[in-house]
Ligand binder design. Structure first.
Ligand SMILES: Nc1ncnc2c1ncn2[C@@H]1O[C@H](COP(=O)(O)OP(=O)(O)O)[C@@H](O)[C@H]1O
Ligand SMILES: [Mg+2]
Length: 352
């Protein structure tokens, strides 16, 4: 199977079509997931940023439901893996089986051979099985018995885990959490959303009748459009400064990696596109700091003792970091920023 050419794909999705398609996708998901617009948009942005998503929260807040609804909304191949202690790495990647009739080995693809892979309760699998999945996520390919198989595009893993239960689970080590572009918490719904859920879900599950509103090719064209989103040099510098600040902050023992910087910028492009812009604002990076960076950072023992959360530490870093046009200001300068903070400075120069 050869890769489709640009003609078959149709090229990057134009701005107006992008808007229609993305709104249709988000509102389709919201027919099932009540009152979580920001979370739904972020999950979709991670798909458009060619990343993987970790949904971490207590039981019963709709983690699995969000993963399944996103998968159903896009007409593409979907596999779901329920992680358990006896799940084997080969269940994830695939296995070569000897065929008696042809006297040859045949490859039986594992669960990662799909566009969207829902890995439920990832912290229940053994570290060996977890790392089999995480390797595929990074490399977009699988090697079994010396033969390498390419995975499909788009390829997104949506893993869920419960941070509370400790017994019989294997928390993901930092090196593996780093593979996830973003980590989101669902949070409890508002009282109003919970009421709407009771009405909408009382008789039957709204996911059952949900129809896809986009296909894999549409997502590939949206991804191509996101790759074209302009990022001004000053904004790139701001991303580097932001990630660097996590490495230098006195409250942080382990800062974010260069992989994090790359994924931060990619996700910012997706968020800008979903917002209808063709350029990234420093605000996009600020909004994404917690979902993209927090799960990769380890606070110092002192900060943990003082119950300073990574979210609070990141918020403080952002507050101190001068905005791109404020370059040269000290992070400790508390005077209000100079007026004229207009967005146009980040737009792509005309004629490019
Ligand atoms: N925000 C929400 N909107 C709609 N349904 C929700 C929401 N939060 C929880 N639910 C419902 O609660 C139930 C449990 O959700 P589930 O995804 O299985 O939870 P988790 O995987 O987080 O344990 C599902 O029936 C789901 O539809
Ligand atoms: Mg679940």
């Amino acid at each position: 199977m050869s890769a489709p050419t640009w003609d078959e794909l149709g090229g990057p999705l134009p701005k107006n079509e992008f808007k229609i398609a993305s709104e249709a996708i988000v509102s389709n998901i919201e027919q099932v997931i009540e009152g979580k617009t920001a979370t739904v948009r972020l999950a979709f942005a991670v798909l458009l940023a060619e990343g993987h998503l970790l949904i971490e929260d207590v039981p019963g807040v709709g983690k699995t439901k969000l993963a399944k609804t996103l998968a159903r909304t896009i007409d593409s191949s979907v596999r779901r893996i329920q992680f358990t202690p006896d799940l084997l790495p080969s269940d994830v990647t695939g296995v070569s089986i000897y065929n008696q009739e042809t006297h040859d080995f045949e490859f039986k693809p594992g669960a990662v051979f799909a566009n969207l892979v829902v890995g439920d309760e990832i912290n229940r699998a053994s570290p060996k099985t977890q790392s089999a999945l995480l390797e595929c996520m990074e490399e977009h390919q699988v090697t079994v018995d010396g033969v390498t198989y390419e995975l499909q595009t788009p390829f997104m893993v949506i893993a869920t885990q419960n941070p509370i239960e400790m017994e019989g689970t294997y928390p993901l080590p930092e090196a593996q959490r780093d593979r996830f572009t973003a980590r989101i918490a669902m949070g409890y719904p508002s009282a109003q959303a919970e009421l709407a859920m009771l009405d909408g879900h009382g008789a039957r599950d709204p996911l059952t009748g949900l129809k896809p509103v986009a296909d894999a090719n549409m997502i590939r064209r949206m991804i191509a459009a996101v790759r074209n989103i302009h990022v001004a040099d000053a904004v790139k510098q701001y991303a580097v400064d932001l990630v660097n600040a996590t490495r230098e902050a006195p409250d942080i023992r382990l800062g974010a990696s260069p992989r994090a910087t790359l994924q931060l910028l990619r996700t910012a492009r997706a968020v800008a596109a979903l917002d209808g812009r063709d350029f990234v604002l420093p605000d996009d990076l600020q909004v994404l700091a917690v979902p993209v960076l927090a799960h990769r950072i380890i606070p110092t023992a002192d900060a943990q003792l003082a119950r300073r959360t990574t979210d609070a530490i990141l918020a403080e870093l952002i507050r101190r970091l001068p905005l791109p046009h404020d370059r040269g200001r000290s992070p400790y300068d508390t005077r209000p920023p100079v007026p004229g903070d207009d967005r146009s400075r980040y737009e792509q120069p005309r004629g490019m």
